[in-house]
Design a protein around this ligand. Structure first.
Ligand SMILES: [Fe+2]
Length: 110
């Protein structure tokens, strides 16, 4: 069972209708785990491209992908534990969309 499924099961099974009270320590542990997963993606990808054996390269790339899946699971957990994280993440995505796809009128003076 995936981590996020276990967490949701735990929340669902809790008798108290209010979600369990998560601590700052829980949020810190999840953020640290995301950083470790990101580092693992970089490490496995680097090893994949260092290998001259196609099977080894494929193995490391497959494992790197699995680490990306783990990042998604931890991000979902973090959104439950720290709801502000999701709000801030969405704000960041909107800001980046403006940067990547600027509105036409921003360039009218040029
Ligand atoms: Fe992982």
């Amino acid at each position: 069972m995936k981590i996020i499924d276990r967490l949701n099961k735990y929340i669902t099974e809790a008798n108290d209708p209010i979600k369990p009270n998560f601590s700052i320590k829980d949020a810190k542990m999840i953020r640290k785990s995301i950083m470790e997963e990101l580092q693992a993606v970089n490490d496995y990808t680097k090893r994949a491209y260092e290998s001259e054996n196609p099977a080894i390269k494929e193995l490391f790339l497959d494992i790197a992908y699995e680490e990306k899946v783990h990042i998604g699971e931890f991000e979902e957990m973090l959104e439950i534990v720290d709801p502000e994280h999701e709000t801030a993440e969405e704000e960041g995505e909107e800001e980046m969309e403006k940067f990547v796809e600027p509105e036409d009128d921003e360039f009218e003076d040029e």
